[in-house]
Ligand binder design. Structure first.
Ligand SMILES: Cc1cc2nc3c(=O)[nH]c(=O)nc-3n(C[C@H](O)[C@H](O)[C@H](O)COP(=O)(O)OP(=O)(O)OC[C@H]3O[C@@H](n4cnc5c(N)ncnc54)[C@H](O)[C@@H]3O)c2cc1C
Ligand code: FES
Length: 360
């Protein structure tokens, strides 16, 4: 019996391998599949990865602020024909109209044969950029400014307010960061990154990134950006690292002559959380139309703070009148944004004139 045992085991292994090969063929894993994007662009792809991963392997980049964990909802795409039912992980991010029109999360849907999908045309211009870290600076005890020089491609076009994704080398982690630099400076981009304890990307940026490091960025993405065809007065509201896209928007408004009235509310705890103060005070001196209003919720005794005190919502409520003709740009934590929108609504802002990016 002992003599035959190795033969039996060998035979079983061969049968299992054959079954696995048949299963893979049946599931179509190694067969080519086609994905048709917006009716004309056709990709031939292989494997059973998600739509998000497969598209990015083929240099079509969808935003994915959470790296595919179904917690950000930014990776939406629309399916035509054979639309699968919504997964529980997708439900929180899709409204009824989206569900009915075939919108799904690309990180939750696997590639199927002959997929026809629709992506916003703006997304097709997102690329991966090889960059070199040119400058790293501490803005506060927990916020860093990082400047990335673009190597390949060597220039970028982005709208002020948009974001890019950092690909953390070594671990397959991708995170979104708003661009904080002037969109007219096309050879580099800057990001303002706040340290999140135990956070994967921010620990990498704060503890490991140095001048000269090579890092891949993907983008640009996002429909939070300055509406340049409008002449409405503007309210900007930011907290923490939410200053990043507002800084880019202000660079652009400055270039356009700052001919719109701009009030910029920035919420922080204490003086040690303030940064770029001189930059914005200079802007105030140059343009009477621009007003910078930092507010501290918990100023320290030694801060000797003479400016507005309280939550940014309270300060906003006190310092604005009727906003029915204003536009608002908000950036920061989801809680802060939701609370500020309530105050803006109280002052009659129109919903269509409110733009925001939640740093979730
Ligand atoms: C469109 C967009 C633009 C963004 N722009 C910026 C930007 O300009 N600057 C910036 O600093 N961040 C920005 N973020 C947030 C950023 O993408 C990351 O979510 C954040 O830096 C944390 O990443 P991480 O990998 O370090 O943490 P993770 O490893 O993802 O998280 C670790 C833990 O921390 C929690 N956590 C995650 N984020 C926070 C947070 N902000 N505060 C408290 N706890 C948190 C998580 O729930 C988790 O438990 C943006 C997000 C979005 C969606
Ligand atoms: S990538 Fe975040 S939900 Fe899909």
């Amino acid at each position: 019996m002992n003599l035959y045992l190795p033969l039996i085991i060998f035979g079983i292994l061969i049968i299992i391998t054959a079954l696995l090969v048949i299963l893979e063929l049946l599931l179509g894993g190694s067969k080519p599949k086609t994905i048709t994007i917006n009716g004309d662009n056709q990709l031939v792809v292989y494997g059973d990865e998600t739509v998000l991963t497969t598209l990015s392997q083929n240099k079509v980049f969808l935003p994915s602020a959470c790296g595919g964990k179904a917690t950000c909802g930014t990776c939406k795409f629309r399916l035509i024909d054979d639309v699968p039912s919504v997964k529980p992980t997708e439900e929180p991010f899709l409204n009824q109209q989206e569900i009915e029109s075939g919108v799904r999360l690309s990180c939750q849907q696997k590639v199927k044969p002959d997929m026809k999908i629709v992506l916003p045309p703006g997304l097709l211009s997102a690329k991966d950029f090889e960059t070199i870290v040119e400058h790293v600076e501490d803005l506060t005890y927990d916020i860093k400014l990082v400047r990335f020089k673009l190597i390949n491609p060597s220039t970028i076009d982005f709208k002020p307010g948009q974001f890019m994704q950092i690909k953390v080398p070594g671990i397959e982690v991708v995170r979104a960061y708003s661009l904080a630099s002037n969109p007219s400076e096309k050879e580099f981009v800057e990001m303002i990154i706040r340290y999140v304890p135990k956070g994967q990307a921010t620990t990498f940026v704060h503890k490991a990134v140095e001048k000269g490091d090579k890092i891949t960025l993907i983008g640009p993405f996002g429909d939070f950006y300055l509406q340049e065809d409008s002449n409405k007065p503007i309210i900007c509201i930011a907290g923490g690292s939410g200053k990043a896209p507002i800084r880019s928007i202000l660079y652009r408004l400055k270039e356009l002559g700052m001919n719109r009235e701009v009030k910029y509310f920035f919420g922080a705890r204490a003086v040690r959380d303030l940064y770029f103060t001189e930059e914005f005070i200079e802007l105030e001196k140059e343009f009477p139309n621009f007003k910078y209003i930092p507010a501290l919720s918990e100023p320290l005794k030694e801060d000797n703070w003479k400016g507005p005190t309280g939550l940014i919502t309270e300060v906003l409520d006190l310092m604005v009148d009727d906003l029915s003709n204003h536009e608002a740009y908000l950036c920061g934590s989801p809680g802060m944004i939701d609370a500020c929108i309530k105050v803006l609504n109280k002052h009659n802002i129109k919903e269509k004139n409110v733009y925001y990016d939640k740093f979730s």
